[in-house]
Design a binder for this molecule. Structure first.
Ligand code: EPU
Length: 342
């Protein structure tokens, strides 16, 4: 039996703490709930918006849509051999808790992704990544409801088209609703320590537990806790430019951090670009860029989406003027009728 709430306030359910009232709100605990809720939305002729941890979305003050709050639980080892384990995890499980649990179980791979806010079902959408690891590397398949074919299907890792902060799910947000994710994790210790000064932080104690602890420590030292400073993590994607464009920039800015990609293009650090134009620690009204990491936008005092937009477009303009690069926001921006523009 569905519990449908009307004119429901989502403020506590999005980490930027934006006041956003949803016309309809339904908590989804099972696949049956999902089917029933989709039927309800169809009957009401309303758009559907999937809400997970709310840590990567920008919401308008009124959302004329049926919000499905995915709370499907469960962690289950479904197959294992000497080297690997397949673990099925409900989309509603908290991401960080699952990472901690995997380390406790001596399943390895996700330790670099500790303390990322959000839930398991959102992890594949933007292919969350940190400290040299992207979650897609450890996903075997994803179970979804396909809203076009009207059936539950599974998409293999290849079918998910994982790229930097991108996937088939981000490209087709209205089509796929993720219900569970199956991870393929390692039983033998394999640490990825090649990002920045992670290896130095880990030192001689090269254990997965210590790696996880160091990642948590580094994140805490740079990134604001959303409970204290409402934010959505990195606000912009790190831009990827052609080798030629990079060479031109490098001539003027030889100290610019950069990471050459497998295809020869070059990823730049948006945080550095923002820092260079003086936005680190700077505010415009109630919204500013965080003083310890310029890539994180913070809602300091109950701002609304318009105020958030005013700050981030000012940042975009300043970066564009100095570097001729348009920074692309990382979170998904909703309109009054959901994702009406897609
Ligand atoms: N930098 C500055 N000033 C700043 C911030 C960064 O000069 O204010 C420079 C740093 O000194 C460094 C470079 O920019 O040389 C990169 O900074 P950092 O290592 O902190 O990582 P990032 O590129 O800013 C990315 C991810 C983070 C992830 C970290 C660690 C994106 C958009 N962001 O940030 O992801 O935790 O790497 O791997 O790819 C998130 O997506 O929400 C997120 C936090």
């Amino acid at each position: 039996m569905l519990n449908i709430k009307y004119d429901f306030q989502l403020k506590g359910l999005n980490t930027l703490n934006l006041s956003a009232v949803a016309a309809y709100f339904i908590e989804i605990n099972t696949q049956t709930d999902l089917i029933d809720a989709l039927q309800f939305a169809k009957k009401e002729s309303t758009e559907v918006v999937v809400l997970s941890g709310g840590s990567n979305m920008l919401l308008p003050e009124y959302l004329n849509a049926c919000v499905l709050y995915i709370n499907i639980q469960g962690i289950q080892c479904i197959e294992e051999d000497e080297t690997d384990v397949l673990v099925q995890v409900g989309a509603g499980q908290n991401w960080h808790d699952f990472v901690l649990y995997s380390t406790q179980q001596e399943w390895y791979g996700l330790q670099n992704l500790a303390l990322i806010p959000g839930k398991v079902g959102a992890a594949p959408v933007q292919n969350i990544g940190a400290y040299g690891v992207e979650v897609g590397e450890f996903i075997s398949y994803v179970s979804v409801y396909d809203c076009i074919e009207k059936e539950f299907v599974t998409l293999s890792r290849n079918e998910c088209h994982f790229e930097y902060r991108n996937s088939i799910f981000k490209q087709n947000q209205k089509r796929y609703i993720i219900v569970s994710v199956v991870f393929k994790l390692k039983k033998n210790v394999e640490l990825k320590l090649d990002y920045g000064d992670l290896a130095t932080a880990v030192g001689d104690n090269k254990t997965p537990m210590n790696l996880q602890e160091q990642v948590i420590r580094i994140r805490r030292s740079k990134l604001p806790d959303p409970k204290e400073y409402p934010n959505v993590g990195s606000f912009f994607k790190n831009p990827i430019v052609s080798h030629q464009q990079f060479m031109q920039m490098h001539e003027h800015f030889p100290n610019m951090p950069h990471y050459t990609q497998a295809d020869g293009r070059v990823k730049l650090a948006a945080g550095w670009l923002i820092d260079q134009v003086g936005w680190k620690g700077k505010h415009l009204g109630k919204v500013g860029m965080f003083a310890k990491q310029a890539l994180v936008l913070v809602n300091y005092a109950d701002a609304n989406l318009e105020e958030v937009k005013a700050t981030y477009t000012a940042v975009q303009n300043d970066v564009q003027q100095k570097f001729n690069i348009l920074l692309e926001p990382e979170p998904i921006i909703f309109e009054e009728n959901g994702l009406g523009h897609l």
